[in-house]
Design a protein around this ligand. Structure first.
Ligand SMILES: Cc1cc2nc3c(=O)[nH]c(=O)nc-3n(C[C@H](O)[C@H](O)[C@H](O)COP(=O)(O)OP(=O)(O)OC[C@H]3O[C@@H](n4cnc5c(N)ncnc54)[C@H](O)[C@@H]3O)c2cc1C
Length: 380
């Protein structure tokens, strides 16, 4: 790695007049920085990002604006109280409304096409469990969302979508989808409009809170000293804060070439959400399969593997688009931040450092809220 000293001009002009720096320019970092400027327009805010673009999860996700499929919520209920589960749903719902308010539906290309959970012939029992819970869930989650009939069985739509091996579909009607690229582009534009400086290509190796501000050691060998820091590095948190209770997890994704006559519209969860897919620009975006190689995928290194690629291609050709067998255009991966519980970490770890991390694979939904709450905590 290139090593050098900052010149006097670089130090005094570019890096000196900063009151708060946010590390990481994903959804959380951008939402936090924009919120800081909204709360106090005089504050000099900067973002420090290691990539030429944000390179974690925010530019690499599936763009589901989702707050809970039934098997996921029922599974959550086996690990936490019902109140906690509903609290999580409420956070996602509120987070989505904040994202929509901040970015605007047109910029997000937000489409409320619904979220579907698919059940195969082998999943009859779990489908029946979910179906029985629908009235109860509609009452409780309807109170959060304002939609009286959030969930309903829509098996009649199966033929239209052209799926094979799927017997039942449960629709979550208020769920939607966003164009991930446009969302991030709009957030970056908003940050520039607010006069937030964004420094790309700088990796922070280490940070230390001192009585004279927070020292940020960069990989180039020079150090910055900034009064207050918000850490928004999600799945990479452990590299920066050894004590962070987060584990990285890689998710692999494919997108097909455009598929003539594609009828699939919405966000779909298959095999209890271990696989997910949606329509975008006449194509299918499909990801998941991390459960097939749990240990190998607990990594913050990008990449794809033969095992998961072939599982995704098989699902595409046998279940999702059996009639068309589309060609894959490209593959990529992104890094999630997971932990022992689904609750994000929004915490002051020292007098001048707040962390907003561990989005548990739902950062489109809760990222704005997690960034904004972190910003407020930093200014308290
Ligand atoms: C494949 C995939 C699909 C997903 N699909 C969905 C979905 O459909 N719906 C949903 O709600 N959520 C989804 N998610 C989750 C969602 O994308 C994330 O929860 C969210 O983007 C996290 O945002 P973030 O800002 O916390 O982290 P990130 O977007 O990961 O941003 C962290 C940033 O910090 C930077 N960084 C890291 N370390 C350093 C350092 N030391 N110095 C400087 N910069 C650093 C990284 O380069 C990165 O840009 C998905 C995630 C993946 C990977």
């Amino acid at each position: 790695m290139l090593q050098y000293h900052l010149s006097y001009w670089e130090r005094e002009t570019f890096f000196k007049p900063i009151d708060v720096a946010v590390i990481g320019s994903g959804i959380v970092g951008l939402a936090a920085a924009i919120h800081l400027k909204t709360l106090d327009p005089k504050l000099r805010v900067a973002i420090i990002e290691r990539g030429p673009l944000p390179i974690g999860a925010s530019t690499r996700n599936a763009g589901f604006a989702c707050f809970g499929s039934m098997t996921e919520l029922l599974d959550d209920q086996t690990r936490m109280s019902e109140d906690m589960m509903l609290n999580l749903v409420e956070k996602r719902w509120r987070g989505l409304q904040r994202l929509r308010a901040l970015v605007g539906d047109d910029n997000l290309e937000f489409k409320q096409l619904g979220g579907y959970e698919m059940f195969t012939e082998d999943e009859e029992e779990v489908f029946q469990q979910c179906a029985e819970q629908i009235p109860d869930f509609n009452r409780k989650i309807g109170a959060i969302t304002g939609y009286p009939e959030v969930y309903r069985v829509v098996d009649e739509r199966l033929t239209g979508f052209g799926f094979r091996r799927v017997r039942h579909l449960i629709l979550n009607q208020p769920e939607g989808q966003v164009h991930t690229g446009r969302m991030m582009e709009a957030l970056l534009k908003r940050a520039h409009e607010k006069d937030i400086k964004i420094f790309n290509g700088i990796t922070i190796k280490h940070l230390k809170d001192t009585s004279e501000g927070v020292e940020l050691e960069t990989e180039f060998g020079w150090t910055l000293r900034i009064p207050k820091i918000l850490v928004a590095v999600n799945g990479f948190a452990k590299r920066l804060l050894a004590g962070a209770d987060t584990t990285p997890a890689r998710n692999q994704v494919l997108i097909t070439h455009p598929i003539p006559g594609l009828k699939v519209a919405g966000c779909f969860h298959y095999d209890r959400g271990y696989f997910y897919f949606r329509n975008i620009d006449g194509r299918i975006l499909l990801g998941g399969g991390r459960h097939l190689a749990q240990d190998e995928e607990k990594t913050d290194e990008f990449g794809t593997t033969e095992l998961i690629r072939s599982a995704l291609v098989q699902l595409l050709n046998t279940v999702i688009c059996p009639a068309q067998k589309p060609e894959v255009d490209t593959w990529w991966s992104g890094i999630l931040g997971l932990g022992p519980e689904k609750k994000p970490i929004i915490e002051k770890v020292s007098p001048n450092v707040v962390v907003s991390v561990r989005l548990s694979g739902m950062g489109v939904a809760i990222g704005t809220l997690v960034g904004q709450e972190g910003a407020e905590m930093l200014l308290e």
